[in-house]
Ligand binder design. Structure first.
Ligand code: ATP
Length: 328
């Protein structure tokens, strides 16, 4: 029989994502609902090591469901990667009689949580918070939907100026290893081409495609480029290549960057965060540990952290085909 959980700590770690505040709120309020004390840890794992945490009650998290970022702050902790750092974190948790930990973050944060659980048998539960949607065990990570809406809004605005000046715009979006943001926003923003890490389109095909677009009567074009696309050139080199190899286009580049991580979470992300927070706390209270909560077939499900970390999300091939057809 696992020990009854009476005090739970929550932290946000790795890159921030919209919806993290809503998830913290959900964890804190679910604890309050079940009469479990809740601690908020500042600066991710760094706060565990430094003992930088405090009790949060239901009212401590008022007015944050609509706020981007994370009020607990996020950090990348080198010390937590060492045995000594994790020992310090464990000692601080034990000193405060905390007996469960909810980690809101990406795969790196989950790796840290899993190692911590293995070393000290400390109950941990993960909530996937990252805009990249690159974690197995959930169809949506927290922040993905908001980031999609932010990017589509930016594409719409850029299209206004692109079409007014007959320009070709390369727009870089986040996604070093996965193209979920690029593929979805490319379709929603009506992009002529979408370059993603999972597929090497090749420069010749890109030029062919842009030529075809122009012949079909398009006077401006948008190409969405994921940060990690495999075409072998960065977005500025792409611009230079098109300048040299295609006539008649005024080519511009827009790198959306960190604005994709900010902003008020969408309705979808607020609901998802609330559901994930409830599931994470109640799973810990039921004696579950070393899992990540996620959305599968519209239901909240648990996936072992190891599987969530090691798995690789796949691009939706149907979306690729839809994108090809739409750029006709
Ligand atoms: P994002 O996807 O936004 O980058 P992430 O959670 O993957 O988020 P990381 O920087 O990879 O972000 O990891 C966050 C923190 O998790 C690290 O700073 C470190 O403290 C901890 N961590 C990551 N990997 C390990 C590991 N192998 N051992 C111990 N701790 C780790």
């Amino acid at each position: 029989m696992p020990k009854k959980i009476e005090k739970i700590a929550v932290l946000t770690s790795g890159g921030d994502a919209p919806g993290m505040n809503a998830a913290i709120r959900a964890v804190v309020r679910t604890c309050a609902y079940h009469n479990v004390e809740c601690y908020g840890v500042y600066q991710g794992y760094e706060g565990l090591i430094e003992g930088d945490f405090e009790i949060l009650n239901a009212r401590s998290v008022k007015g944050i469901i609509n706020k981007g970022g994370t009020f607990l702050k996020s950090a990348r902790s080198q010390k937590f990667r060492t045995k000594e750092g994790r020992q310090q974190a464990y000692d601080n948790l034990i000193k405060a009689n905390i007996d469960g930990l909810v980690v809101i973050g990406g795969d790196g944060s989950f790796t840290g949580a899993m190692i911590f659980n293995q070393e000290f048998e400390f109950p941990v539960m993960g909530i996937p918070g990252t805009i990249d949607n690159d974690i197995v065990g959930t169809t949506h990570t927290l922040g993905f939907d908001t980031a999609l809406n932010t990017v589509v809004d930016a594409i719409d605005k850029i299209r206004d100026t692109a079409s007014s000046h007959n320009r070709l715009f390369f727009i870089e979006v986040m996604g070093r290893d996965v193209g979920h943001i690029a593929l979805n926003t490319g379709i929603a923003g009506g992009a002529e081409e979408i370059l993603i890490p999972e597929e090497d389109l090749g420069l010749d095909r890109l030029v062919d495609s842009l030529n075809r677009s122009r012949k079909s009567g398009k006077s401006s074009s948008i190409v969405i480029v994921a940060e990690g696309d495999k075409i072998g050139k960065n977005i500025f080199e792409l611009k230079d290549f098109i300048d040299e190899n295609m006539e008649g286009y005024d080519v511009r580049v827009s790198v959306l960057g960190h604005m994709q991580r900010g902003g008020a979470p969408s309705c979808f992300d607020r609901v998802l965060a609330s559901r994930m927070g409830v599931k994470a706390v109640e799973s810990l209270l039921e004696g579950e540990t070393n899992y990540m909560v996620g959305l599968i077939n519209s239901k909240m499900e648990l996936t072992p952290l190891e599987k969530a970390i090691k798995g690789k999300t796949k691009i939706n091939l149907e979306l690729l085909r839809v994108s090809d057809i739409m750029s006709t």
